[in-house]
Design a binder for this molecule. Structure first.
Ligand code: BF8
Ligand code: SF4
Length: 631
């Protein structure tokens, strides 16, 4: 027997430890094995000091000052670090913004009647957003409006506007600041494209101007592409409302056909959900000896389904391989982003069918069944049928579902939060002014094998709620806290007295699930609503953010748009910028003077909590509210 305690150094989760033991028994290689095999990782790259932008290189700068201090073209450490950071932001902004574009295309096709199975589930949001875009709504039906809104949003991706439309949701003071600093996001594609241009050899060699553009690029995602993604998802699939569900690997059912959806875009997972619920599919499952079909999510597409429909979730990023080692998964259907290319290989050890669905995301050892809006229903049915038929190939001796699921409540869109508050953010403002709630924190982002799985998120959130800070979370952070039991009202026993009182009266948990990573924009919208209600800027509010286990370029872009929007952000893993003292100083100190917020890096979540609490208390003082000293 392999002792699961051996894996305590990798993950705090029980299902993770037990399945790591199973993986070892089944000789399955995991992300932690590969991370170990990569040690020591390249020190130049870790510091951002290597450059392979052109074929005069690759080049690297000696951080100790003895070897080369310039690349072949003459770029120094500051330029190389800033260019690398810029490209990281561009890739992250591109990823979520392109996800947004895919949704806008579906919205348009819903309007023209070409999108099989999709419809407008939230006409009220369609109308609100249309009005924001200056579209006349009266007398128009949903389909006409869907076409017009999609057209207007497509304009945001282009280059002919002065500002992406939804940036108008930001407080006036913030927008004035962006205009003064040259950070106003003009077009979603434009800013990413311009970043790739600026970072070509021989273009922008100002490390500071590159970072200012990096902020503009990230803002084009936060107030542009990602915000469009969230709004259109709400229009097409409904505005989330509080909904109970369950979470962890225990949501898999031994006697059911288990289908997992993994990735980000709800276009695929929503269609699969509809197909799974068809009576003919349930009958088919019974005919092969299963009790039914069980759908569960992973990562952000899982977050989308749980937020809107309460579909259970099996886990977050670092669980995506381990969930396959249960031997109980008939099919995993992926779209894009954060899908480890190793997954197909893991599945080879079991009977699991691996299906890729996006024309832009192919993976080794997966079968490719492309999703297109015109045939989404047909494709989804065919896949579910295939999954059901695969049940016969399951080897019962390999099945191991080691835990029982944890309860949670999800679905806290801004509309739901304001609804829970009685229709206006005022009660939340009152609770903050009274000091019962000290402030709010957004905890977001990924898992990363450099940090013990889920420890960064859970330890940080425990500290925050114990100190009367309301937490909103998204992405893999949200999955971590839910698995740890933070997303039911029972968790109020871990909250400080003020937070306990306020959340208890409202009947909500101390940690509110606001969605997937694109839904980080819900945090921006909520922050803007609070700032507008008080007549201040976002940077004046007692708010703080953290990404305790971030790994991805997406996470990088999101961190930058939070800071550029005025929210202090603590990162767990260190970004690859330490090779430039100038860039580090700008990010961790000088941005404060420019945008009213900066970054800190603190891998220890207990210390990160202190930094965030200090920030929140400082901001309280700035608003003339009572402030506590934080040591
Ligand atoms: O967009 S939190 S590991 S799944 S990047 Fe990926 Fe990170 Fe998870 Fe969602 Ni976000
Ligand atoms: Fe080297 Fe300059 Fe080319 Fe980068 S851009 S690889 S530093 S020559």
């Amino acid at each position: 027997m392999i002792d699961p305690k051996k894996f305590e150094k990798y993950t705090i989760t029980e299902d993770g430890q037990l399945l790591l033991a199973k993986a070892e028994r089944d000789r399955v290689e995991t992300v932690w094995d590969r991370h170990e095999a990569q040690q020591p990782q390249c020190g130049y790259c870790e510091m951002g000091l290597s450059c392979r932008i052109c074929t005069m290189g690759p080049c690297r700068i000696d951080p100790f000052g003895e070897g080369p201090q310039r690349g072949v073209c003459g770029a120094d450490a500051d330029i190389i670090v800033a260019r690398n950071l810029g490209r990281m932001i561009a890739a992250g902004a591109a990823a979520h913004s392109d996800h947004g574009r895919d949704l806008v295309e579906i919205l348009y096709k819903v309007g023209t009647g070409e999108a099989q199975g999709y419809t407008v589930r939230s006409p009220e949001k369609l109308r609100t957003v249309a009005a924001e875009y200056g579209i006349v709504v009266d007398g128009k039906d949903d389909l006409a409006l869907a076409r017009e809104v999609a057209d207007a949003m497509m304009e945001d991706f282009g280059t002919r506007k002065k500002e992406v439309q939804l940036a108008s949701r930001a407080p006036a003071k913030r927008r004035e600041l962006w205009a003064k600093l040259g950070m106003t996001p003009r077009g979603i594609d434009r800013e990413t494209s311009e970043m790739m241009h600026r970072t070509h050899m021989g273009v922008d060699n100002g490390w500071d101007s590159l970072i200012v553009h990096g902020a503009r690029n990230a803002l084009s995602d936060g107030w542009g592409g990602s915000m469009i993604a969230t709004e259109v998802s709400d229009i097409l699939f409904g505005i989330p409302q509080p909904v109970p569900s369950t979470i962890n690997v225990g949501v898999l059912k031994e006697d059911h056909v288990n289908i997992l959806v993994h990735g980000h875009n709800p276009l695929v997972s929503e269609a699969i959900m509809d197909a799974v619920e068809l009576p003919e599919m349930v009958e088919l499952a019974k005919s092969v000896g299963a009790a039914g079909i069980n759908l569960a999510g992973l990562c952000c597409t899982g977050n989308e389904l749980i937020m809107r429909h309460g579909i259970p979730m099996a886990g977050n990023h670092l669980m995506s391989e381990l969930v396959l080692t249960t031997g109980a998964v008939e099919m995993m259907i992926v779209d894009y982003q954060c899908i480890m290319p190793a997954l197909g290989q893991v599945a080879q050890c079991y009977h699991t069918k691996m299906i890729s669905t996006s024309d832009k995301a192919h993976f080794p050892q997966m079968d490719h069944h492309e999703f297109h809006p015109e045939t989404a229903v047909d494709t989804a049915r065919a896949l579910v049928k295939m999954a059901v038929e695969n049940y016969a190939l399951r080897n019962p001796d390999k099945v191991y579902i080691p835990v029982t699921p944890v309860d949670l409540v999800s679905g806290f869109s801004v509309e739901a939060v304001v609804g829970a508050l009685g229709g206006t953010p005022q009660p939340l403002i009152d609770a903050i002014v009274a000091g019962k709630i000290r402030g709010a924190a957004g905890v977001v982002g990924c898992n990363n094998p450099k940090i013990k799985h889920d420890y960064g998120h859970v330890a940080l959130m425990r500290e925050l709620i114990a100190n009367d800070i309301l937490v909103v979370d998204t992405g893999c952070a949200a999955v971590a806290s839910a698995k740890a039991g933070f997303k039911t009202t029972k968790a109020l026993e871990w909250a400080g007295p003020g937070l306990k009182e306020v959340c208890g009266a409202l009947g909500v948990p101390p940690v509110l699930h606001v969605g997937s990573c694109v839904d980080n924009v819900r945090i921006l919208v909520l922050a803007a609503a609070l700032a507008n209600a008080l007549g201040v800027d976002i940077s004046d509010l007692p708010l703080a953010g953290a990404a305790p286990e971030w790994y991805s370029e997406i996470g990088r872009a999101h961190g930058v748009y939070f800071v550029a929007s005025g929210i202090f952000v603590v990162l767990g893993p260190t970004p690859p910028v330490t090779g430039s003292a100038n860039v580090v100083k700008l990010l961790t100190q000088d941005l404060e003077g420019l945008v009213g917020a900066n970054f800190a890096v603190e891998p220890d979540p207990l210390k990160a909590a202190v930094l965030m609490r200090r920030r929140i208390e400082d901001k309280r003082k700035g608003l003339g509210l009572d402030a506590r000293e934080v040591r």
